[in-house]
Design a protein around this ligand. Structure first.
Ligand SMILES: [Fe+2]
Length: 486
């Protein structure tokens, strides 16, 4: 209710500002050439946000928060940042870090010296309460304006399903060939969300794995200290009573020791109740990519790490089909889970009660490039899957996640291509004891710089490459031979 009142007051305030705010001696010029506007997490989700946008020409980099001072007639404040040239245009980045928790803000991006500004956008800061919702989509990966438009309808449907969502995440592969045209089409078609909701970008292999610096130049993200940002960005943030780590699975095959150490430091120094990882390449999927060497190497490294760090949920993309695992630990299904059924907001929901292990979610794709189920997915993936299906001849997929203190409630939907109707296709819920996670005061942070990790990287590569060969010879190859004789 408080959020509704806050939102209503913000709308009234913005309308008032539109009629009263003079922006110096003349009215604001709306600059139609400003493009690719996004609002992202940058550090503290209660007080800070990163802004990024593009202009064709070099100019100032300013964000005007229109209702910065809650109770003042002159309520705007301007924050400035940086401008640099990238692929023929100018990228602007501004970080705003003195916001109030739990407020709906309105803003414009532009150039204060020229009094030229974008249209007005909005975003909401985390109120710090243990109750919030968010949306995930994956793998838009379009290469035509039409397909970006189709994918944007999936996100619009998600927002309609979950209007209370406070942010949305796209789990990588925004684009197919990582060109200026494709990124323009993405931002043009998704501006309704990117301008009015905090976005959590995840770097996919199509977003600049082999085209350096693109992903980092599309968003203003608080990259982990010492991290390379050529192929993507890894970063983290708290929201409510959850801690989120966003990985860069393009970092190095499977992942640099710097990023592994960073993830360990990041999760081990958080006492949040819910620990959630977002990444692009999936640990559990049954699409065409699951048996590839990079995935096999990554699974052997990251599955034990998710167990060690007590990660509750992993959200991933890359394989363009739908999968949700059972609770898994050590690459095996956790047995003997207790369940409890309760009414929550008038709905009967069955919760896994304090389950061990991690649930892995792959929300198919919001795009139109959809894969069939790979019947030869390396074991034990078929056994670990609670549900796995293709949405190829069906529609784009999205998920909604609600965290309410001790409850995690997950739902997946498909937007039918033909009918335009949404259908609930999967649901899952966890209830766990909260306030139990503590931080070891003697925890010594691991080094995250390249030099300290150079020999570990070489050793890991040799060890994991050997493991991959052994996996092929002892596991995957026999399975393929047996299946070919069936
Ligand atoms: Fe991918």
């Amino acid at each position: 209710m408080n959020k509704c009142i806050s939102k209503a007051l913000s709308i009234v305030l913005v309308i008032a500002l539109l009629f009263s705010f003079p922006l110096g001696s003349q009215a604001a010029q709306v600059d139609e050439s400003i493009s690719r506007i996004s609002v992202t997490f940058y550090g503290d989700s209660q007080t800070a946000r990163g802004f990024c946008w593009y202009t064709p020409d070099k100019c100032g980099s300013d964000v005007m928060i229109l209702n910065y001072y809650a109770e003042s007639s002159d309520s705007s404040k301007v924050f400035s940042g940086t401008c640099s040239k990238f692929k023929g245009s100018y990228v602007h980045k501004v970080t705003v870090d003195s916001l109030a928790p739990g407020r709906e803000y309105s803003y414009r991006v532009g150039d204060v010296a020229n009094n030229s500004w974008s249209d007005i956008g909005t975003f909401r800061t985390d109120d710090g309460n243990n109750k919030f919702s968010f949306i995930t989509i994956a793998d838009v990966q379009a290469s035509s304006n039409e397909n970006f438009e189709n994918a944007s309808k999936v996100l619009a449907a998600a927002i309609e399903t979950c209007p209370e969502a406070e942010f949305y995440s796209s789990l990588g592969d925004y684009v197919n060939d990582c060109t200026n045209d494709e990124w323009n089409w993405f931002f043009e078609n998704f501006s309704f969300a990117n301008m009015n909701m905090t976005h959590t970008p995840v770097a996919g292999n199509h977003d600049g794995n082999l085209k350096w610096n693109w992903f980092n130049n599309m968003f203003n993200l608080n990259a982990a200290e010492n991290s390379q940002t050529l192929t993507g960005v890894y970063y983290s943030f708290d929201y409510g009573n959850a801690h989120f780590a966003v990985l860069n699975t393009n970092d190095m095959y499977p992942m640099s020791q710097q990023q592994i150490n960073w993830l360990k430091n990041d999760m081990n120094t958080s006492d949040a109740d819910w620990k959630i990882v977002m990444m692009h390449r999936a640990l559990y999927s049954a699409g065409k990519n699951i048996n590839k060497p990079d995935t096999i190497i990554m699974r052997s490294v990251l599955i034990p790490l998710m167990d060690e760090l007590n990660i509750d949920v992993v959200l991933a993309g890359h394989d363009h089909m739908y999968m949700r695992t059972h609770q898994v630990e050590g690459d095996e299904v956790v047995e003997n889970i207790e369940y409890t059924t309760e009414y929550y907001k008038g709905e009967e929901i069955t919760f896994a009660l304090n389950p061990e292990g991690t649930v892995n979610i792959l929300p198919s794709t919001a795009g139109t490039k959809r894969y069939t189920v790979n019947e030869n997915a390396v074991s034990p993936i078929p056994k670990c899957a609670a549900t796995a299906f293709s949405t190829r001849d069906w529609g784009g997929c999205y998920t909604t996640i609600h965290i309410d203190d001790d409850k995690f409630i997950y739902k997946a939907y498909v937007l039918d291509d033909d009918t335009g109707e949404t259908e609930l296709v999967d649901r899952y819920a966890i209830k766990k004891a909260v306030g139990q996670n503590t931080v070891d005061p003697d925890y010594e942070e691991l080094p995250t710089d390249l030099l300290s990790n150079l020999s570990a990287n070489v050793g890991n590569f040799i060890a994991q490459f050997t493991k991959m060969i052994i996996t092929y010879i002892t596991k995957l190859l026999p399975e393929l031979i047996i299946k070919s004789f069936r």
